[in-house]
Write a protein that binds this ligand. Structure first.
Ligand SMILES: Nc1ncnc2c1ncn2[C@@H]1O[C@H](COP(=O)(O)OP(=O)(O)OP(=O)(O)O)[C@@H](O)[C@H]1O
Ligand SMILES: Cc1ncc(CO)c(N)n1
Length: 248
């Protein structure tokens, strides 16, 4: 049987921690076929973002149309979209699919990846058609809740908060990993959530499974010493016999 198809609409991270790299490896790990629509190229490493190059809107639209028309993805996951026009494009094209919106506004390093116009476009166009959004606390506060979407407010203290409009919030607790290697956790979490929803899990179960996946990956990379800043969360890392001599 063929795997479900999930497409990520996101930016690249040259350091290989966040964005498209995190999404595609997470999709592969969780048994869905991953397609990718690149919205921006970032010059980025573990210490920060040096430059952002948005992909022209018509090129983003051409990638998205190709994937939607040929592969018919059951779910769409958005990461860094970069411009208000790209936010609107995704809202217009993807409203009828499972739509996981990770509103990327600030990177783990503190770099600003979306301006006020992008934030407004999220509020006015994309969040109202999202299945679920996964802002961190800062992004959630920036976006407010007038958009009406179901939100999982992610936290780094070992719990996330599932907020369905009109219902009391549900605390989703999970173990906390003490680590500096957390670059890419937000992308990995939202990609895992999209994969689990694509497999047919209901939202709270998909959210628990996604958090448990991230915790497992954070444990794998807990003692890595890659880069000089906040190192990458592990993607698909399984020690192979011929790599046993690698430093831990
Ligand atoms: N140290 C940690 N231990 C356990 N879980 C963590 C830790 N840090 C983050 N998480 C979990 O990872 C998921 C993503 O949350 P996080 O707050 O890192 O997203 P984010 O701020 O959007 O990340 P990014 O800016 O890297 O995209 C959540 O489920 C959160 O609880
Ligand atoms: C490309 C990209 N997407 C998302 C994030 C969020 O951490 C990042 N740092 N870079």
């Amino acid at each position: 049987m063929s795997p479900p198809v999930v497409v990520t609409v996101a930016g690249t991270d040259s350091g290989g921690a966040a964005g498209v790299a995190a999404d595609l490896t997470t999709f592969a790990a969780l048994g869905v076929h991953g397609a990718c629509v690149v919205t921006a190229v970032t010059a980025q490493d573990t210490t920060g973002v040096r430059a952002v190059h948005p992909v022209p809107l018509d090129v983003v639209a051409a990638q998205l149309d190709a994937v939607l028309e040929d592969l018919d993805p059951v779910a769409v996951k958005t990461g860094m979209l970069g411009t208000p026009e790209t936010v609107r494009l995704v809202a217009d094209r993807c409203a009828d699919r499972i739509l996981v919106v990770d509103p990327v506004i600030v990177a783990t390093s503190g770099a600003v990846l979306a301006d006020d116009a992008v934030v407004r476009a999220y509020r006015d166009h994309l969040l109202p058609v999202a299945t679920v959004a996964t802002p961190n606390a800062e992004e959630d506060d920036r976006l407010g809740r007038d958009h009406g979407a179901t939100v999982i407010r992610t936290g780094t203290g070992g719990a996330d908060l599932l907020c369905v409009p009109g219902q009391p919030p549900v605390r989703l607790a999970h173990p906390r990993v003490d680590t500096d290697n957390d670059h890419g956790t937000g992308c990995t979490y939202a990609a895992a959530l999209a994969a689990e929803l694509a497999h047919g899990l209901a939202l709270p179960d998909a959210a628990r499974s996604a958090a448990s996946y991230v915790v497992g990956q954070l444990r794998l990379s807990q003692r890595w010493t890659l880069g000089r800043g906040r190192g990458p969360v592990a993607h698909l890392h399984q020690p192979k016999p011929h790599h046993e001599g690698d430093s831990a």
